[in-house]
Design a protein around this ligand. Structure first.
Ligand SMILES: NC(=O)c1ccc[n+]([C@@H]2O[C@H](COP(=O)([O-])OP(=O)(O)OC[C@H]3O[C@@H](n4cnc5c(N)ncnc54)[C@H](O)[C@@H]3O)[C@@H](O)[C@H]2O)c1
Length: 344
């Protein structure tokens, strides 16, 4: 088996620049060999900064045909995740696809089937699984000290994708984004809830609306209630109109106390226990900022090691699909006003 994977980047926008490319560059088992973007200048600029010898393309199909590649990152608008991942898998390349992995369950299933048929790894970048605070939170929950989770609250909100990706107008177009804040941010927490608790959401109610953003046909605010397979209750919300402070937090209220995640930046993880009464504030390293060069998560490195068979994928296609299914159930619930069963 190859010791180094030759990597192609498809879509050279914000997430490629801030996460995928710097992380591949830092990964000893990865070599960046090709960059593709319909805007040639973006692919050229990224290649010039990180891998000047790499080839540059404007057509991903030409890149899959022409370039000597083992794996690709799919960092494109949401509606392209499915078709491009399927083409890449059918060309025999491992695929690391951005979230939400697809725009429907049928599409997600086809992606999983294409990867299986071609014997390649399909991983979804549910990057929150690897945030140091979430890795520690999982360790705490798995240790059993919190007891059983009975109720949880998860929220992800910021001021909107226009403040993240200067060229990402597609985020506001339903045809290309398929969802607004509900999936853009909500799918991160839908996935994290499942990952941290090990429980599946059974059914949901939800509401969404566009409260502030102009010239868009997707929602900028979303809230839902969740019932899990064991009766645990919770709420999940997302917003593109959060100002002043980012909201990217979770509370897990358990039989032995409360686990508070990323509420207070000074104390990112606090376990408040009742017996004996105490508060444990865990020491979590602060992730670097975009300006410092990447988020320090090593999601791309983890993908490379998974594709090489060195470790388990942190979010295989099947997991990405289950998290997407929670969001799709929420969408149906918001549209019908009914309680909807999660279908994946
Ligand atoms: N995991 C995370 O934490 C995280 C964070 C932000 C964004 N994302 C996801 O990453 C994806 C990309 O988001 P972004 O913020 O980088 O958007 P972006 O608009 O900054 O980048 C997308 C790039 O794709 C290119 N593109 C569009 N159509 C193309 C085509 N047919 N062929 C080649 N290139 C094409 C665009 O020109 C653009 O450069 C989205 O799905 C988004 O949800 C994930």
């Amino acid at each position: 088996m190859a010791k180094t994977l030759k990597i192609g980047i498809i879509g050279c926008g914000a997430i490629a620049e801030h996460l995928h490319v710097p992380e591949y560059k830092a990964c000893p088992q990865a070599k960046l060999v090709a960059f593709c973007d319909i805007i040639s200048a973006k692919a050229k600029a990224l290649a010039a900064r990180f891998a000047p010898d790499a080839k540059v393309y404007t057509d991903y199909k030409a890149m899959l045909k022409d370039a000597d590649l083992d794996a690709v990152s799919v960092c494109m608008p949401n509606y392209l995740h499915g078709p491009v991942s399927i083409d890449a898998a059918n060309s025999g390349r491992h695929v690391f696809v951005e979230k939400p992995m697809a725009t429907s369950l049928a599409e997600a299933k086809k992606m999983i089937a294409a990867a299986k048929k071609n014997g390649v790894t399909l991983m979804v970048d549910q990057s929150q699984r690897l945030f140091p605070v979430h890795v520690k939170a999982k360790e705490v929950l798995d240790s059993g000290i919190m007891g059983k989770v009975l109720h949880l609250t998860a929220m992800f909100g910021h001021s909107g994708p226009e403040n993240w990706s200067p060229t990402g107008k597609w985020f506001f177009k339903k045809k290309e984004a398929r969802f607004g804040a509900m999936a853009d941010l909500g799918v991160h927490k839908a996935d994290l809830i499942r990952h941290l608790t090990g429980k599946e959401v059974k059914q949901v109610t939800a509401i969404y609306d566009t409260l502030e953003k102009k010239r868009t046909d997707v929602e900028d605010n979303f809230a839902s209630t969740l019932i899990f397979d064991d009766g645990t209750m919770g709420s999940l919300a997302a917003s593109w109109t959060v100002k002043g402070l980012e909201a990217n937090y979770m509370y897990l209220h358990c039989t032995n106390g409360t686990l508070q995640i990323s509420v207070n930046p000074e104390k990112p993880l606090v376990a408040a226990l009742v017996n004996p009464e105490c508060q444990i504030a865990f020491d979590i390293p602060k992730p670097p900022t975009n300006e410092e060069g990447g988020w320090g998560l090593d999601v791309a490195g983890a993908f490379v090691r998974a594709a090489l068979g060195l470790e388990k994928p942190f979010c295989p296609g099947e997991e990405g699909m289950k998290s997407l299914a929670v969001i799709l159930a929420c969408e149906e619930a918001a549209q019908t006003g009914r309680v909807v069963k999660v279908k994946a």
